[in-house]
Design a protein around this ligand. Sequence first.
Ligand code: H76
Length: 473
Amino acid sequence: MKSIKIWSLCLTMLAASYAQAQQKEQIALKYGAQYSGKRTDEAMNKWRSNRFGQFIHWGLYAIPGGVWNGKTYNYAAEFLKSSAHIPTSTWDSLMYQFNPKKFNAREWAKLAKKMGVKYMTITTKHHEGFCLWPSKYTDFNISRTPYGKDILKELVEAYNAEGIDVNFYYSVLDWHHPDWRYDIKTPEDSIAFRRFLDFAGNQLQELATNYPTVKAFWFDGTWDNSIKKNGWWTYEMEKMLKSVRPGVIVNSRLRADDYGKRHFDSNGQLMGDYESGYERRLPNPVKDLQVTKWDWEACMTIPENQWGYHKDWSISHIKTPLELLEMLVQTTSMGGNFLLNFGPAGDGSFRPEEQKIANTIGDWMQQNGQVIYGCDYAGWEKQDWGYFTKRTASNQINMVVFNVPVSGILKIKAPAGTQLKKAYAGTKQFKLEEVAKDQYFIHLPVQVYTTPQVIVIETGGGGKGGQYQEAKT
Ligand code: H76
């Protein structure tokens, strides 16, 4: 007994000195995280409460739609220039065909509103380098197409009119710009890339200045050595955007620190305002609960890996509305935002499959959006039937049930000492049974369910007060 005590004392001391050493080992960084912890200002609280967003990939790649000279390329359609080895001058001349006859910004915004998204993130410029706004820093932009008008402005106005926030996706990687470099190997590279960074900085300043309602910048194409060796620039861009547009939000993907460490700096601090590494995948709802410590967003395609419009969707599994809805709910249950991608065609229309998905998800969201918007990680143990969400700054716990067991019994393990009072959906009340210490059953009618069921739990008071007979073993 005595030796156990001494050992545990030793271990405690060891742990304490280890923690101290860890703290001392903080590396001095010039370009690391600009603050620590979650932002709690109004703009960030709004971003977080939005929870569900629409991603839009639209550019010249929507015209060929993954097909070049009669050959279909199965890789992501927005990468066609690279997959089919198309010379830049050939690709760039697609600009003279960009004339989306069916484009109607207000219809796009109405579909998004119907789906229930609270924000939309649009590719202002993807890797191809083509700009959806009339940038004064390059001719490779919308004003030189037969369409001619500022599509970005039309979209911002139409979505904002529906009460939807608009965020700008911006690819730093640029296949069009002669000064882009993947790595810096010579003094010439260094000079050219410096010119490129000035160009990109000017464009970002232009976007932040000319579209004053922009809420966030979503950076992409930042993984190459050239950016990792220029962490200072990513630090400066975060600062610059926040000074031009106070409250604006940037994703962690923008950032690299002094040592080229990305997303999280060399001291393990998240850079930017939210983590943006979950792409076409979600964290594990049991094992990966560390994500609840910071803000994050997952982005998701409907096919396996198509962001821009691809003519042939038969080449991969197409996610169903229920699959996508479950991803949205799971993401909310872990304190993240879910950004679902759409790739409109070159004529400005949404394919029927995407419209169906938007409408089906929207039908559910109109009824049940209260368990998504303004909701967060509940801190309750995950159960097989689905997910818990919690309304921020309230005691309301929601259950979103995707798998009703054959018994109709939904098991709940409440946090220690939490009493459950009532389980209901609208005016319908379910039988709630306390079966053991902190354990409850909710009895659902045994039937076939075709949509996720929402049950609200009221906590506090009542119950057996923890009077249970403990087993002696
Ligand atoms: C790789 C890559 C890019 N990142 C995704 C968000 C899409 O934009 C895709 O093209």
